[in-house]
Design a binder for this molecule. Structure first.
Ligand SMILES: [Zn+2]
Length: 295
């Protein structure tokens, strides 16, 4: 479908302006004049636009065909792929592959705006801390990740959301629940004090306190347990454990995007969804890509 950059640009144009071009400067909706190198000129105010300006693809020097190929691999590989694998697959430099993945992860967040509802389990887990040969002292610290998962009756799980937090205090846990879970929802947690104020925020808290120490935790929190083990396996498998705390949230967003679409029959639709978000998400700076996005 996408033999050259023009075909890619035309596709992005349809995703960004589904009912026709809108000038970002004057709001005019007249059909744009087409200049060289994909520039669109507003007939009303002569503003020069492009389909990538003001999006995560802003000022990219990587050809759109490469972006499309990357998006295809990201959305069709069952477990996604690391920057290292993407570098090899596309024949680009590592830095280019890494930057594309980081930008896609930012676009993936936008796709997850609907809050969780129904019965939701919330619990924390520890991620990372695996040491690798030759990298002594690196990646030894465990990070706390709080996970929320919709639990279906009689069995099965719905969507998930997750956040890297500095500690498991209520000051971190409550804002997370309020951001990702619809109010009025039944929230299942363990007996931890950090969740005590949930009823003040219009949630029904269902405390699951384990009666004996040999009760495996996953019996009371099957959803969180399942998602946490998939997440850890993904970090160890696809990324060989090389996830630093600085970038952990980016990885969590990618995992969530993929997890929440695990039953989607059409990979093509997931690909389209990612590019759709890519052209409505604002630019990401080089600093964000290198030092971690400010979530
Ligand atoms: Zn204009």
């Amino acid at each position: 479908m996408f033999p050259d950059v023009d075909a890619c640009a035309a596709y992005l144009e349809r995703l960004r302006w589904p009912s026709g071009f809108i000038c970002s400067a004057c709001g005019g909706t007249g059909a744009p004049w087409r200049h060289t190198r994909g520039r669109l000129v507003c007939p009303a105010c002569r503003h020069h636009a492009s389909v990538t300006a003001g999006t995560i693809l802003d000022k990219t020097r990587t050809p759109l065909t490469t972006w499309f190929e990357a998006a295809w691999h990201v959305t069709t590989a069952k477990n996604g792929l690391s920057a290292k694998t993407l570098e090899r697959t596309l024949g680009t430099r590592y830095r280019v592959a890494w930057a594309m993945l980081q930008r896609f992860r930012v676009a993936m967040v936008r796709a997850e705006r609907d809050r969780l509802s129904g019965d939701v389990e919330v619990d924390e887990t520890l991620v990372g801390g695996v040491q690798h040969g030759g990298k002594r002292g690196r990646g030894t610290a465990k990070s706390i990740v709080v996970i929320a998962v919709e639990v279906r009756q009689p069995k099965g799980f719905g969507r998930a959301r997750m956040r890297h937090v500095s500690d498991a205090s209520g000051a971190n846990l409550l804002p997370f629940v309020c951001d990702v879970v619809a109010s009025g929802t039944v929230v299942r947690t363990d007996g931890w004090d950090g969740y005590n104020d949930l009823p003040k925020h219009e949630y029904t808290r269902q405390r699951t306190v384990l009666s004996s120490s040999d009760d495996p935790a996953h019996i009371s929190m099957p959803g969180v347990h399942r998602v946490a083990s998939l997440l850890k396996r993904w970090i160890l498998g696809t990324h060989q454990g090389s996830v630093t705390p600085t970038h952990l949230q980016s990885y969590l967003e990618e995992f969530t995007f993929r997890f929440n679409r695990r039953t989607s029959r059409s990979r093509g639709l997931v690909f389209r969804r990612l590019l759709e978000q890519a052209v409505v998400t604002g630019p990401v700076t080089e600093a964000d890509v290198t030092h971690g996005y400010d979530w």
